[in-house]
Ligand binder design. Structure first.
Ligand code: NAP
Ligand code: MG
Length: 488
């Protein structure tokens, strides 16, 4: 047992101060590689704490908005520099709190740095158009105005990149922020907020309140002082937040689950397709919203692909993400473990054939963690639960098709539409897929997971409320357009 007796208690960040909740209650954050290791405690806050954060954000927003975009950008550049200097400090919390390997955690933290720099630069870019008026003596143009106070609700799977890809554009366009991070990664979130604090952002411009989703998350969505809400997480919660926002008439953005397919055509480079299926499906232990889940393979190469895939999956090393030898860490929590194992049971009971894995790993010191074998199912059909619901774990479902038409139809046979990829050397296949695939992110000869910060990101169908995040798309959510007509 390696209980950390020096585990720190992390506080809320309200109006530029670190403060304890008035409830006096905290909750512990555990390491999914070893549930006896406590990384720290965080505040189980109340509606009253949230009120204070929203009030601080409201008071800070106008002076912040009144700074020039360049001046706001300078603050974001400073945050980027602080975060860059603390990559290991932040990434270590991430690995110890939700399990992804330290290499991936450092990569994600550096992504956060790059996102901050990208949006810092946005403070100097155009925000409107001049539109010719029918009155020759008038000047007509558009500008952008911030929403006001933006509530940011984030999941545990990208505990650094997602809060930053929401907060950085919110801030650069003149909004203030109240962040409610996932409880499973509240310590990592606190370390990110420490960087904003150290960079000297004006008090109240960013606030963080930790606590339960139903009290602080829902409270934020329903709060009369909040002018916009941006959420990433599960569909069930997203829909609830959307309804609350609609009732209040505020702008909302929901980025939710996926059931992402990869198609492997008869003419594909099979080694490339195998590597990308493994990387897309099993990196981060399959817990990316863009993770490959359904593997749709044309019959001519099905057996060969399956053999190559299983051989490589069998070589994956599973272990504590802080150890360099681990390619795949644990799932993030006990809840995740139960979910993933129950989907594996459903796969078996509904008649899919378990080709590889399928079990919890408890030997070799893994017994105190939430480790699952990388798992591959064969003979999966469209109606099975494991072909329809988001598993959010290291589970691949192989599905056989005869034609490319059938492959694309099967890929589209899903409530979700986040990302999708195809492996083919045939230009006709590529073009059909690009045209017909119902997904916000469509990738050719590249894995389904893989997002570039300068490009729009978001899903179709049940994966999103149909707005987009990141890149230039972010301005659409975080601002309103004002059309201005001026006459002398
Ligand atoms: P989740 O359970 O929906 O939680 C997301 C956030 O909502 C957390 O901060 C959570 O707080 C909060 N929350 C929970 N109940 C709430 C309520 N009733 N009202 C308001 N907020 C509430 O999702 P998760 O398990 O953390 O994340 C996994 C999901 O995120 C997957 O479905 C994945 O596909 C999706 N995801 C999507 C994208 C994308 O860009 N499309 C990216 C990453 C992840 P607590 O932690 O305190 O419960
Ligand atoms: Mg959750």
């Amino acid at each position: 047992m390696t209980t950390n007796t020096e585990a720190k208690t992390y506080l809320n960040y309200i109006n530029g101060e670190w403060s304890a909740s008035d409830t006096g209650k905290t909750s512990e954050s555990f390491n999914p590689s070893n549930k006896n290791e406590v990384l720290g405690s965080f505040q189980l806050s109340s509606a009253n704490d949230l009120d204070q954060a929203v009030k601080a954000a409201k008071d800070a927003q106008k002076p912040w908005r009144n700074l020039s975009g360049t001046a706001r950008g300078e603050f974001l550049f400073k945050v980027a520099n602080v975060l860059e200097s603390k990559v290991e400090y932040v990434a270590e919390a991430m690995t110890k709190e939700m399990g992804k390997t330290f290499a991936e955690a450092k990569g994600e933290t550096m992504r956060g740095v790059a996102i901050l720099r990208y949006y810092a630069g946005e403070g100097m870019r155009p925000v409107g158009d001049v539109i010719p008026s029918s009155d020759s003596e008038a000047l007509m143009f558009t500008t952008r105005t911030p929403l006001g106070v933006v509530g940011v609700i984030t999941p545990w799977n990208f505990p650094v990149a997602i809060p930053i890809w929401k907060m950085a554009p919110a801030l650069i366009y003149g909004n203030s922020v109240v962040l409610k991070p996932a409880s499973d990664t509240a310590v990592t979130a606190a370390r990110v907020v420490e960087c904003f604090d150290e960079a000297g952002l004006p008090a109240g411009v960013i606030n963080m309140v930790t606590g339960s989703g139903s009290v602080i998350g829902q409270g934020l969505a329903e709060h009369p002082g909040v002018d916009g809400i941006t959420f990433t997480g599960s569909n069930a919660v997203g829909k609830q937040i959307g309804r609350a926002a609609l009732d209040r008439g505020i702008k909302y953005q929901l980025e939710m689950g996926g059931k992402n397919p990869v198609i492997v055509a008869d003419d594909a480079d099979l080694d490339l397709a195998v590597d990308a299926t493994i990387s897309g499906g099993l990196k981060s232990t399959g817990q990316k919203c863009t993770a490959t889940s359904r593997v749709i393979v044309q019959s001519g190469v099905y057996e060969e692909f399956r053999e190559k895939l299983v051989k490589k999956v069998a070589e994956i090393t599973v272990g504590n993400g802080m150890e360099g030898s681990s390619w795949m860490g644990p799932v993030a929590s006990e809840n995740q473990l139960d979910n993933v194992l129950s989907y594996i049971e459903k796969g078996k009971s509904e008649g899919a054939e378990l080709l590889h894995g399928g079990n919890r790993l408890t030997e070799n010191g893994l017994g105190d963690g939430y480790f699952v074998e990388p798992t591959v199912f064969d003979n999966v059909t469209a109606g099975m639960t494991i072909a329809r619901e988001e598993i959010f774990g290291p589970v691949l479902a192989l599905m056989k098709v005869e034609t490319m038409e059938e492959a694309i139809a099967l890929a589209n046979d899903s409530d979700y539409g986040l990302s999708a990829s195809i492996f083919t050397t045939n230009i006709g296949n590529m073009l059909e897929f690009i045209k017909d695939m119902e997904a916000g992110l469509v990738r050719v000869n590249a894995e389904s997971a893989g997002v570039e910060l300068q490009a729009p990101f978001g899903g179709m169908k049940q994966s999103s409320s149909h707005s987009r995040e990141q890149g230039q798309a972010a301005i659409e959510f975080f601002t309103s357009i004002k059309t201005i007509f001026v006459k002398n």
